[in-house]
Design a protein around this ligand. Structure first.
Ligand SMILES: *Cc1c(COP(=O)(O)O)cnc(C)c1O
Length: 448
């Protein structure tokens, strides 16, 4: 529910796999390929696997093909790159946006109108105005936003979605998944009923229901359980308010196996699970034409991105450190959440993991560690490391602390060629916002 916060499952830095094996977590690039790529594009960079993205997007489409109106709205924040979103668009995906620039990006890719779900919170007036201008479907985060939006637009759109937060904890058979009661998002149950009535009075004709109750769930049960809860509320809402409910948006939260040996989600089983509860709850209530929407980010892109970095230092003090040329600016999740990202030393895939290292970046921040006490093969300066599963919430969360620059993004195409889909930042980019003071020009002038 807290999206960018990690819940407990699968979120730890220490440990790693025991000596001996990577247990099936293999990079999609080889040492030879990286040695060829770095001749043109120096490390660090994120690289994305076009083939993997396409196969997964196709599997998602097939898993929900039973639902006539199904649509995946890719959560732009996970990987805001027009080339990557352009690939997903070929599979019928739209965009889930929550800011002005995400809306602009979606428009640039040719996704407007019903291809945009605007699921934001604490929304500035100008962002609502722009979303409405693009014809996006607006997903309200709060009951007070009804009047706020009406004040901006004059008249509410014909279709409105409301984000639901039942409170409490989200619990499944294997324990508590997340804590919606602590999350800032959504309407309470009472507010959903009241909100629908107000919206109907104000002339809204078509309705949607949205909820995001648990993050990075690595179980096929999450969507079906969430769907059941939402379907039951939808049936009640229709019964009590008469609202014409057109779609139910299961949002994001479908996770990926960051840990080696962890069993990933089976999207077909998830689609089947949702189909089953749809048949049990919605169809008998005369709601068999409701469309299912999703807003997956992590599941669509996470495994298909890798951060490639080179070992530039080794340090032997109170611990054994491996210093790499990437840092938390390129991938924040380990520093921010203690999230586990698997690491493979290219060319050393078959070597036993007998050395215990902290793998660090160069920020003046002691949490700038991609791994703590990680068992790896013996590493040397010059080795290339692949940090796995950076395709979602990886590059995207980047920042510029210590004046560090964001890396390039590359696409490994299906034919094996490599396309630069975002160049690396330069000092000129970093200094570009000092209007009226040409720091970059000044430095160039002084130092050539
Ligand atoms: C972040 C977010 C998503 C995507 O979440 P994932 O965990 O990456 O699937 C979807 N919808 C909304 C509203 C979000 O904020």
């Amino acid at each position: 529910m807290n999206h960018n916060t990690e819940h407990n499952m699968g979120a730890f830095v220490t440990g790693g796999n025991a000596a001996g094996g990577n247990m099936g977590k293999r990079p999609f690039v080889t040492k030879e390929k990286i040695e060829e790529i770095v001749k043109t594009y120096p490390t660090p960079f994120h690289i994305y696997d076009e083939k993997g993205i396409r196969e997964n997007a196709q599997a998602v489409r097939e898993a929900f093909a039973w639902n006539k109106g199904f649509k995946e709205y890719f959560a732009v924040k996970a990987a805001p790159n027009p080339y990557l979103i352009g690939i997903l668009k070929e599979y019928g995906c739209g965009c889930d946006c929550s800011s002005l620039t995400e809306l602009m990006l979606s428009k640039a890719v040719g996704l407007v109108g019903e291809d945009i779900m605007f699921s934001s919170n604490d929304t500035p007036a100008e962002e609502y105005a722009y979303a409405a201008k693009l014809g996006a479907t607006i997903n309200l985060d709060d009951i007070t936003h009804i009047d706020f939006l009406e004040g901006i637009l004059g008249k509410l759109p014909e279709t409105i979605s409301c984000r639901y937060n039942p409170g409490g904890v989200f619990q499944m058979s294997n324990g508590i998944m997340d804590n919606p009661g602590d999350a800032k998002y959504g309407f309470t149950t009472e507010q959903m009923f009241e909100g629908f009535r107000i919206l109907m009075k104000k002339g809204v004709k078509k309705f949607g229901i949205h909820a995001f109750l648990a993050s990075n769930t690595v179980t096929n049960e999450y969507y079906p359980m969430l769907a059941k809860q939402l379907f039951e509320v939808a049936v009640q809402l229709k019964k009590e308010t008469g609202a014409d409910i057109r779609f139910i948006n299961l949002s994001g939260g479908v996770g990926i196996p960051y840990q080696p040996g962890q069993q990933g989600n089976d999207i077909r089983a998830i689609g089947e699970g949702v189909r089953k509860v749809y048949g049990e709850v919605l169809a008998p209530a005369g709601m068999g034409d409701v469309a299912i929407y999703t807003e997956m980010g992590r599941f669509m892109m996470g495994p298909y991105g890798e951060l490639v970095t080179q070992v530039i230092h080794e340090k032997h003090t109170h611990k054994e450190y491996i210093g790499v040329d990437a840092c938390a600016v390129n991938l924040m999740r380990p520093a921010m959440y203690g999230a586990y990202h698997h690491i493979t030393a290219l060319g050393k895939e078959e070597e036993p993991c007998e050395y215990r290292y902290d793998v660090t970046g160069s920020l003046c921040e002691n949490n700038d560690k991609f791994a703590i006490d990680r068992m790896l093969p013996k590493l040397e300066i010059g080795d290339y490391l692949v940090i796995h599963d950076t395709g979602a919430h990886g590059f995207a969360m980047g920042y510029n602390y210590n004046g560090k620059l964001k890396s390039a993004e590359l696409l490994l195409k299906e034919d094996g060629s490599v396309q630069l889909i975002r160049r690396a930042e330069t000092p000129k980019d970093y200094f570009a916002t000092f209007d009226g003071m040409d720091i970059y020009g000044e430095l160039i002038g002084q130092f050539g």
